[in-house]
Design a protein around this ligand. Structure first.
Ligand code: AMP
Length: 428
């Protein structure tokens, strides 16, 4: 058997770890500013948590879930997204209280059995937020604001924020009636077998179809936004007004529907026009005012978003957005020139690590030139050299390999100079 990770999965290592840490650290900072708290839910749930919330006729539930019986025959599913699990947890733990809205964020791996391609995997990572307990449009604006701020802080300049409103259940049923009426026999004949089923069961899901013949038919559909009732229309206008007030640029995309059944009213997506493929959405979200009630909880509205970490990193690299390994920290390479120097070097290493300096010690006994070249190539900023001379004079030599400077320090009397030189005081 050829040893490989399963199709559509991958290992994350090297530079991608630096990108990933940067994305997650930046998101945590943004979430903290808006006062969101972290929640961690299991990577798998009872299948109905997803089928009842995402919707039986969605692509995710129909085709993409990793569902399996456990040893007692209960049906479990690896989470394909984060919202359903969080709502299950909120209901189960009765997190709702007077202090609503409850503001939560999550970071986790998700699983969807999709056809793998660039930017689309079977295991991928998302981070997201849920703001639970208020239907005030200021919260719609708040989550969109956070999404926008996150991508700004990550260094993106040219993203497009698409917004739309798909109204409440009432407006949606009006829309669906008209939509069904607008399709003639020849249109129906052009639909794929899935869309024919969707047409009967849940026509809104036809909008998720990527087949060109179906997309052609759907292009003729009336805009869902022209069916909004006065309450939903007013609500959407308020969201847009808040966004304008916050100077967040957006594009109204009347064709946007998003592939989950639970959405109501505001929905949005952040897309990159630099990503030419169909996988150009970096993240998205919306309001889901009926989901908590539908899953057996109280009638509490909510709004949230999820972004794809892997796809975000892919685009950062494509656009040349660079990240540092760990901002603000110097990295030190301590080279003991031969075995006699190792005990002495170990004391220095201990001293530095006690001060939380990032450092390594060499065990290779190579010549100094090779050691310095190696340190440069491997992202170190300083080399500390310990040879016979240093031991004899109770000292150590520090080489700043970025600025080409060299210092000789007495180990007994000038210890504190070491961290002064390597900038330990600047640690963030
Ligand atoms: P969704 O939960 O489908 O709204 O997706 C939100 C974001 O998660 C997308 O915009 C992508 O960035 C990311 N995403 C969704 N599905 C995948 C996938 N199969 N592989 C990689 N990223 C994905």
């Amino acid at each position: 058997m050829k040893l490989s990770s399963p199709r559509g999965t991958g290992d994350i290592y090297g530079e991608d770890i630096d990108y990933r840490n940067f994305v997650i650290d930046t998101a945590r900072k943004v979430f903290e500013i808006f006062n969101y708290r972290e929640i961690i839910t299991p990577a798998f749930e009872y299948t109905e948590v997803f089928s009842r919330s995402i919707g039986e006729s969605t692509d995710i539930v129909q085709k993409e879930m990793y569902t399996f019986p456990d040893r007692k025959g209960r049906s479990l599913t690896l989470r394909p997204e984060g919202t359903a699990s969080i709502i299950r947890s909120v209901i189960e733990n009765k997190f709702y209280s007077d202090s609503m809205p409850l503001k939560l964020f999550y970071i986790g791996n998700m699983f969807r059995y999709e056809r793998p391609q660039k930017g689309r995997m079977r295991e991928f990572w998302q981070l997201g937020v849920e703001s639970i307990g208020s239907d005030n449009p200021i919260l719609d604006a708040e989550v969109i604001w956070m999404l926008n701020l996150l991508y700004k802080k990550l260094g993106f300049k040219k993203l497009v924020l698409k917004v739309n409103s798909i109204g409440c259940v009432k407006c949606r049923s009006e829309f669906i009636k008209e939509f069904k009426k607008s399709l003639n026999k020849s249109d129906l004949g052009k639909l794929c077998s899935d869309c024919r089923k969707r047409f009967k069961k849940n026509p809104l899901r036809m909008f998720d179809c990527k087949k060109s013949s179906c997309m052609e038919v759907i292009a003729k559909a009336p805009d869902i936004s022209s069916f909004l009732c006065s309450g939903c229309r007013k609500n959407f206008e308020q969201v847009l007004r808040y966004l304008k007030n916050l100077k967040i640029e957006y594009k109204i995309d009347t064709g946007l529907v998003r592939g989950f059944d639970y959405y109501t009213r505001t929905i949005f997506e952040i897309v990159s026009e630099d990503l030419k493929s169909a996988q150009n959405a970096l993240g998205g979200g919306g309001r889901y005012d009926n989901l908590i009630n539908q899953l057996g909880g109280p009638d509490i509205p909510a709004v949230g978003f999820a972004v794809g970490i892997d796809r975000t990193i892919m685009l950062m690299k494509q656009l040349g957005i660079k990240v540092k390994r760990k901002a603000g920290k110097s990295r030190v390479y301590l080279t003991a020139m031969d075995e006699n120097c190792q005990d002495y070097s170990l004391n220095i290493l201990k001293y530095l690590r006690d001060l939380e300096v990032i450092c390594d010690i060499s065990f290779k006994n190579r010549n100094l030139k090779t050691e310095i070249k190696w340190a440069e190539k491997n992202d170190y900023d300083f080399v500390i050299i310990i040879g016979e001379d240093e031991i004899k004079s109770d000292s150590l030599t520090i080489k700043d390999i970025r600025k080409f400077k060299q210092y000789k320090i007495n180990w007994k009397t000038q210890k504190e100079k070491i961290t002064e030189i390597i900038g330990a005081g600047d640690y963030g």
